[in-house]
Design a protein around this ligand. Sequence first.
Ligand code: COA
Length: 333
Amino acid sequence: MKSYEVKILGTGMYAPKKILTNIDLESIVETNAQWIYERTGIQERHICSTEGGEYPSDMAMYATLDALKVANLVPNDIDLILFASVTPDVKLPNSATILQVKLGITNNCACLDIAAACSGFVYGFNMASAMIKTGMIKKALIIGSEMLSREVNWKDRNTCILFGDGCGVAIIGRAEETSESKVYASILSADGTGGEFFDQPVGGSVTPITIEHIEAGTHFMQMKGKEMFKVATRTLAENAQKVIAEAGLTLEDIDWVIPHQANIRIIETTAKLIGIEMDKMIINIHKYGNTSAATVPIAFHEAVTDGRIKRGDIILFDAFGAGLTAGATLLKY
Ligand SMILES: CC(C)(COP(=O)(O)OP(=O)(O)OC[C@H]1O[C@@H](n2cnc3c(N)ncnc32)[C@H](O)[C@@H]1OP(=O)(O)O)[C@@H](O)C(=O)NCCC(=O)NCCS
């Protein structure tokens, strides 16, 4: 069976207009700006408007329109929309179909949401790549778009300081015969036994939200930060090493790593465990905080746009999130 190589055709991002700094947080919870910066690397984060116009599907529309321009494509060229988010606009219908309508796509392309938390974009990227390789589809739009500000408990200083809102997207397709672009190796993994380290047990079918939950604030996301930290660094490093080995490449071959942006200390520890220099790690956590599924595509888009990442560079996506899910991709851009 003929197989095809995969190429990233265009990227885009959207960051909400409102910026919330660490200093601003000092008047929301008992914290201080310096503590947040030193323990997490975060200086500020963007927060979606609650008045509309910046919901996850809106952000995805703006980011996709930019990515389509870069790729020189029109919306109806998309065969598949994979929308990764833990904060979708609504429970039903899925966000991918809402976006399909907002983009004016009329080709009945497949639309699927991915619930893999912070690994969602990399899950989508690897699944869509596999479908392109087999020839099942020609072009996929992969999105990570989050409005976490709706789901964090603004009274819990252990979590609310960490997260931000935003969206990043990539359009991928078959590489031309003459192109060097390719996906060398990819991995998707999960360890459900760590589910309780980062969860939101209230609000599903088992425990619908009641007035008591709202009064106690127990319907928000909750996290055991120290446990997440340990598993995150180990898993990010293991998956990175696995894809590099599978591709038959060495650390010296890697030009850039796009790690999930959860905490600068997680990125530093992961780099050390992999054995790769920090100056190969793309970092933007200071500006956005942890935007879950959006961190990898936003960081990738910024580095492509400012010229750090060039065609022909070898790139590693490395993500980890609630679930506990994880995914890595090694590719030539
Ligand atoms: C949450 C996190 C920043 C906490 O950092 P830490 O170095 O582990 O800090 P600790 O939990 O040891 O807390 C140290 C102290 O600071 C306090 N503290 C916690 N949050 C604080 C805040 N926002 N401001 C000031 N102090 C705070 C704690 O209460 C604790 O005080 P205590 O020793 O009196 O109990 C860190 O564990 C982390 O980033 N974990 C990963 C989280 C993550 O991103 N997960 C998602 C991955 S997808």
